[in-house]
Design a protein around this ligand. Sequence first.
Ligand SMILES: Cc1ncc(COP(=O)(O)O)c(C=O)c1O
Length: 345
Amino acid sequence: MISPPASQGAAASMLLLASNENPLGMPESARRAVAACLGDAGCYPDANGTALKQALAERLGLGADWLTLGSGSSEILELAAQVCVEPGQKIVYSEYGFIVYGQAAAHARAQAVVVPARDFGHDLGAMRAAIDGATRLVFIANPNNPTGTLLAPADLLAFIEAVPAGVAVLLDEAYTEYLAPAQRYDSMAWVRRFPHLIVARTFSKAYGLAGLRIGYGAAQPALTARLNARRPRFNVSTPAQAAARAALADADWLARSYDVNTAGRSQLEAGFRSLGLHCVPSHGNFVLVRVGDAPAVHAALLARGIEVSRVDPYGLPQWLRVSVGLPEHNSQLLDALGQALAAAG
Ligand SMILES: Cc1ncc(COP(=O)(O)O)c(C=O)c1O
């Protein structure tokens, strides 16, 4: 994604490969839907998101009363912590888990229990062992950000089955649309089966609507009623609801997003290998790559007009996370990275 950075004014433009956005931008169908609803922007949005929930319910095979809309799926993660956990109780998640899990735990004044990762991914056995009588919530991302690792559905299902009653599981599927057909699994069947499961998804990634802030949670009606009761009433704007409906119906867009991502991710992974760099095989729209002195390489890329993400806050000071761009963006990044590494010796 190309954008003028606030600090440099509109004349300079940066290549932004830092936030796992869709390099195609926003679907034209959603753009039209937003334009068509702007005349209603003097009124509050539909607080129940009726039309969007209906469309989602049909797509997912659930009732509308199984759905909570959020200002991004980040809000669903926050709501889960608010609703499931009392101050002082515990939330379990993996090392290298998405940064918002720690924030949600802090906002709920919960105790965060961070379980060491295995091969950069979730160690489900250790996570199960970390659950005790004070645990009320477990966060799991599949695929995980920032590592891009993927859990096998059978392992995930066995974990959900093994979690004691009274402990909610939030399965964060922000990147699920990027999974190859053979890797996909039916988490909505699990939602129908398990009263303690919440699946969170977003329109920010494959659907290309990150700036509009819209995501959703799917859970059984009793838990959904509690999530909705805690949700700010008008948390999702009218344009966000309209855009999400349009994007959801836009199968061509989703297919294109998937294709661009799959090809771009292979391009990055092959490029990193040819630069002699190790990367974690990714199932998302980003790749975690080990560059050595990551702050220096990050600065060198910035100086060449490219922003990628530092992951030292995750405890990965030698690594950078690079979002998949369009083919020419990926080439630009790989060229700049080669130059930056050569300059660093
Ligand atoms: C694993 C994961 N979950 C959730 C989100 C939240 O995205 P949003 O709040 O834009 O829906 C992200 C965003 O980067 C993510 O990486």
